[in-house]
Design a protein around this ligand. Sequence first.
Ligand code: SF4
Length: 317
Amino acid sequence: MSNLLSKPQIGASACLARQAVRFDGGYISNAFLNNECMAFFEVHTMCPEVEMGLGIPRPAIQLRRFDNETRLVFSKNPEKELTRSMREFAVQKVRSLPQLDGFIFKKDSPSCGVFKVPVVNNKTGMRQRDGIGVFARTFKEIYPLVPTEDEGRLNDDNLRENFLERVYAHYRWRQLAKSRNPLPSFRDFHRNYKLVLMAKDNNACRQLGRLVAGVSRQNYHEVSEQYFSLFMQAMSKIPSQGHHVNVMMHILGYLKNQLDKKDKAELLEWFETYRSKRVNRVAPLMLLQHHFKSHKNDYIDEQYYFSPFPGELMLPV
Ligand code: SF4
């Protein structure tokens, strides 16, 4: 059991994991899910359409808009509706899942799609990309703080990095919530995420800091719930180059008495090269880390800013 929980837990649409569950009996091999995710996460795959009994192969289904109501229907027989049965299945299935730290959904699916799923207008036959799959919507309603993404969006380096950051943050939070005396771990959690939060949303970082400052054994439950909700909202933001440079300047402040003029000038030059998008973030961060090897600083050492998730998953952004 402990071994199982030693990795973040994520859910995934089964067809992305080479399981032949699609309506036509096919599958899609998503490289990120089948390589990196399988190595670093405990992956729980599921196919809502098969598990609710639609079989393989099965007639294609789609989201269809009737006036203001969106229904899940058979594409060739739109009068035959599946919305309610999928919804009932989804509520039961999602509630039976182990605690997950993220979910990778199949894009565009009327069951699993989580962003901009096509919805067919029943009057005009036109498609509008503004829907969400019935299973994915249920998952998000029951677990609004669990990071979700679709496989298509994960091809974008920034979105993938942001998803991984949130998965690991969620996982670390779950670990601390399990401890007998979570109060010290709660304070450490905030301290260790401080630079990440500063980059993503400095106002939220200050607000979260105030919550941590006011926490006690008596109000821990209420404050920590409030904290985590605000924390995950802040984590979903993708910082600009300028925001990262502000944080790097802040980090440089911890070296002000240790570095000579030449080293400082070199770092500043790299920060500006990064700000103007001529190099990725790894270059200035590596140089900073290099200096902290000779000038140890416990606070900086413990920051997730340098490694929000394992280095092997790190992408060059
Ligand atoms: S998208 Fe979802 S429902 Fe459709 S085949 Fe894949 S896992 Fe099954």
